[in-house]
Ligand binder design. Sequence first.
Ligand code: ADP
Ligand code: MG
Length: 391
Amino acid sequence: MTDTVHINTRIRRNAETLSEALESHMMKVFAPDARKELRRFSAGEAAELLGISTSFLRKLHFDSKIVEVHTSPGGRRHYSAEDLLEIRRTLEATAKTRGAYQRGRREGDKLQVLSFLNFKGGSGKTTSAIHAAQRLALKGYRVLCVDIDPQASLTTLFGYRPEYDFLNSGTIYDAIRYDDPVPMADVIQKTFFTGIDLAPGGLMLQEFEHETPQALLNNTQPPFFARLATSLQDVEENYDVVIFDCPPQLGYLTMSALCASTSVLITVVPNMLDVASMSQFLQMSADLLDVVSNAGASMEFDFLRFLINRYEPNDGPQQQVLSFLRQLFDEEVMVAPMLKSTAISDAGLTHQTIYEVDRSQFHRSTYDRAVDSLNLVNDEIESMIQKAWGR
Ligand SMILES: Nc1ncnc2c1ncn2[C@@H]1O[C@H](COP(=O)(O)OP(=O)(O)O)[C@@H](O)[C@H]1O
Ligand SMILES: [Mg+2]
């Protein structure tokens, strides 16, 4: 008995200490006047993103074919994300084949809605979701990120403080709640990252899990599985790609995201424990999806892929698990794995991604290895999107 009281008091004290420390950390990382800002990109990075050579890029400048960009005293050019969009427009206008530089959605192409999913926390849903969103945005796609995790890590990565900025309102919950939902457009925020908008997440989302059983009894329309899809319809013409960062559980929110999705990426760490837990996850998903599709949800996916995360190529057991997965699931396992990298986790410590940090902050080879691996993964995702559009 005394032990119980003791532990409660201690946990409460720990909670308070932690909360204070986090608050001061947050104030440091995100001082109110220190909003995140997107860095400029080097000529090499710009050329890579545009899909042209650096010499061609130089020639375009020499011939005054494209906008002039910020140039350092030493004569190096630096490109903002807006510059890249502008250059894309210019190049596309004179390109021989349509869509060579502007690869977004055309008339008749269906909005691509990707869910990053797994009920294992820490399998890299948020990390892979945000890197995919950023790479696609830098390649000129119009991206909407939707954070449906009450823990709101994705929202935090965009420089918001969910527990201050959206404590009572302003999250995607407002758009899907059963009483008085607002249009999705009302909760969407422009972000510091050109080309990405965000529907923020936050603790309020937990209400959706609590309220759904009653809403089902009352037969409130639309039902839980159709609520994200319905509210997305409002804004879908503004985007090429929507990315859902799902919570680490198979609740109503996740089911609603799945029903709004055209494709699913299941993040998996190649070790036996994670694979065993994923097997359970797949079984439960299949059962639940049966229930909702019987209730009338449409469940046609363009693609479902396993995204291998935290891969260590020199780890024998991991290699075995990966080849086991490839044997079982064949082409459903993405070709490119996301490597385990301290550059990814270190960037995460300051709420940044690999695409945001400056190369000089890292060991060159560590940084390059991480970027190369993420680019391969995200470009594979891009090509699946292009394929879904029939290109
Ligand atoms: N490939 C990776 N290499 C190193 N660290 C990673 C990698 N992927 C994710 N992490 C780190 O692992 C932690 C959990 O990842 P996260 O994406 O938040 O998982 P989830 O959203 O599935 O809970 C984060 O701190 C993140 O920086
Ligand atoms: Mg997450």
